[in-house]
Unconditional design. Sequence first.
Length: 221
Amino acid sequence: MSLSPTINKIMNICLSDFKDSGYFYPMVQSILSKTSTKSPESLMKIISRKFTQESLSWPDVFKEVETILRNEYLKISDLRLFENNPQLLKIAINRNIPNSGIFAIEFHGSKAYLIFNRQLIAQVDASNLAMFYAKYLIEIGFNHFRVSVFECSNRFKNRHDQLICFLEHFRTETKLMPGNCSVDCYEEYHFHFEEKNGSHIYFKKRIHTHITQSMSDEVIW
């Protein structure tokens, strides 16, 4: 597993106490490795993540990493490094995720998975961070995104109820956002299936009708 220059630079900042030791590379590898849902995380991964998060809680380290994220690119698979730091993950998403694909927020019980073109970006808490990132997609005007419930939390009777509750909350939250766009700027396509296929809402950004009309008027005249 080779490290990109950007990740190497970031991890040298976050794990500066280990960068000259034999532990550095295994620690970085463990953080970026895929998490299995069938087995607990390794002790190395837990410890490495803890050191990284503690480093990012220091203002000078945070600022240094933030500057790198705003100016350099990451592989999409490397965004998982920031799944426990919403502010940095937002910056990384905006910098590295193209608007041409489909971003997905998938609910699996108490967790929500952030996925882009079938590639896992982050696993976050479903109760509050899922809404945080959904609002961010509206804020940056993402063209296509999907919200899905594959496994409902204990608060809901079924997947459909949880998805509709999220949508109602989502509409309320985005109406309070600054700017002119809310979830009403998107067309919605609802799909509800039985068993493991889940319930889904696809959001597709609308074409601004006043712009279309203006262009039509110019053609007519």
